[in-house]
Design a protein around this ligand. Sequence first.
Ligand SMILES: Cc1cc2nc3c(=O)[nH]c(=O)nc-3n(C[C@H](O)[C@H](O)[C@H](O)COP(=O)(O)OP(=O)(O)OC[C@H]3O[C@@H](n4cnc5c(N)ncnc54)[C@H](O)[C@@H]3O)c2cc1C
Length: 506
Amino acid sequence: MTRKLTAIATNHYDVIIIGSGMGGLVTATQLAAKGAKVLVLEKYLIPGGSAGYFEREGYRFDVGASMIFGFGNEGTTNLLTRALDAVNVSIETIPDPVQIHYHLPNNLELKVHKNYDKFIDELTKKFPHEQVGIRRFYDECWKVFNCLNVMELLSLEEPRYLMRVFFQHPLACLGLVKYLPQNAGDIARRYINDPELLKFIDMECYCWSVVPADKTPMINAGMVFSDRHYGGINYPKGGVGTIAEKLVEGLEQFGGEIQYKARVTNILMEKGKAVGVRLADGKEYRAKRIVSNATRWDTFEKLLPNNTIPKKEEKWQQRYEKSPSFLSLHLGVKSNVLPIGTECHHILLEQWETMEDEQGTIFVSIPTLLDPSLAPKDHHIIHTFTPSYMKEWQGLSSQEYKHKKEEAASHLIERLETIFPGLIKGLDYQEVGTPRTHRRFLGRDQGTYGPIPSRKLPGLLGMPFNRTVIPGLYCVGDSTFPGQGLNAVAFSGFACGHRIAVDLGL
Ligand SMILES: Cc1cc2nc3c(=O)[nH]c(=O)nc-3n(C[C@H](O)[C@H](O)[C@H](O)COP(=O)(O)OP(=O)(O)OC[C@H]3O[C@@H](n4cnc5c(N)ncnc54)[C@H](O)[C@@H]3O)c2cc1C
C-alpha cells in the first residue's frame, strides 16, 4: 500500500504518449503546439524508434529508415517539414537525385530519377511495347497524389474537418473516395500486360509496402510513386536521427516533457476507460488521454489487463498479419569500394520468384554519399537489410545464434559483391541485427516492420484510424491509417493530434 502511494506521481497530464517513434513525436508536438500538457514515455535511451540511430567507431548509423519522403517545400503532403515547422524547428536536407537504383532479374537495371519524365523514358526503353500503359499507370498515381496534395491532412475521424475539406475541395475528395478501396495491382493490370513489367510494379510496391501490388493500397502507391518526383527524396543532414531529436527540441520548447528509460508495462483502466500508465519501475502517471505508439499487437496484447483484447482488434488481427522483420547489416567500408556515380539506395533481387522469400530482396542504403559527415574520412556506411522472420532465429544456443548471424552476414555480402565488387576486401566495420535485435531495441512484436494484409483487402479501407474502442485510448504509428513509412506515420500523428485536440476542446 505504502509502495503504491509513493509510486503514484502527482503530475496530471492532458496527454500521455507511450513511445517516441515518429508517430508518437508528431502527435506530441502537434498537441504541445496547441497548448496541451504532454508527456512522452520512451523505453529506450534516445527518441525515434525505427527512425533512430546508433554510433560506433566514428560511424553514425540509421537504425532503419533512410529513404525519406515528406521533406518537400510545397503542397500539403510534406508532413515532416510541417511537423517540424509546427514547433519552430527545422532541418537542413540534402536532395537525392535518384530514389532507387534497381538491380533486378534478367539484367533489368533501372534508376528511378527524381525527374518524372526521365524515369518514364528509362522504363519505356526497357519495355517499349508498353509505352502507353506505363504512362497511363503512373499518371493515374499522380491523380491520387494531386487529390491528397491540395488538402490539409488531418483526422478522417473528425466530421467537421471532413465537411470543411469537402466544401473546399469537392473533386479531390471524390477522387480519394474512389481510390480508397482500390489496390495498385488492379490498376496496373488495367493498363499493362507484360508479365515482367507487372513484376517490376510488384517490386516498386514491395520495396516499401512489403507486399506485391495486388495487396498495396492505391492511395499509398499514389503518394510514393508521385511524391518521389514532386517533393523528392531528401536526406536530413546529420542522419535520420536528427528528425526525432529536433522534434523533441520543439516539444520541450512548447512545454512538453519526455522521459527515456521509461518502459510502460500497463495501461491503467478505470470503469472501462484508459486513465493512465504504469512503468516498469512502478511509477504511475495519469492523463485525460493515452496514446500508444507501440504496435497494435504490443498495445492490445501486452499493455492492457489480461483477456481484454477487444473484438474489433481480434477482427483487425484476422485481416492484417505481422510482416517479417529484417536481417540488417550495418557496414563501414573504404570509400574506394564504391564506383563513381553510385546511388544512395539500391534494391537487389536475382530471381522474381524469391521477391517475398526469407532473405529474398536486398535493400541497400549508403547515406554517406549524401552526408559524408556520418563516417570517418574516406569511408562510407552501407546499411543493407533483407526480410527475415523471427522463427528463423529462435531456439538457438548463443553459439548457434552467433554462428548463424555470421553465416547470414557473409551470404548477404557475397550477394552484394555483384553490385559492389571488392566489398569484402573493403570492410572496416560490421554489425549484424536480426529480428531478435529489432524486437529488443524497437519493442516491436516479432520485430515486425508493420502490418500487412493477410489476404487481398479493399485498399486502405481496413486500416484503423486513431481512436480505439477503449474510451480514452488512441493508437498512432504504422499500425494505424495509412501504414508504414516516416511520412505515413507523420500523417497518423497529425490525425491523432487533431482528433485529441478536438476531444479535449483545445
Ligand atoms: C530496416 C528498416 C528500414 C526502413 N526504411 C524506411 C525508409 O527508408 N523510409 C521510410 O519512410 N520508412 C522506412 N522504414 C519504416 C519506418 O521507419 C517506420 O514505419 C516508422 O519509423 C515507424 O514509426 P512509428 O511511430 O510507428 O513507431 P516506431 O518507430 O516503432 O517507434 C515506437 C517507439 O515506441 C517505443 N515503445 C514501444 N513500446 C513501448 C513501451 N511499452 N514503453 C515505452 N516506449 C515504448 C519504442 O522504443 C519506439 O521508440 C524502415 C523501417 C525499418 C525497420
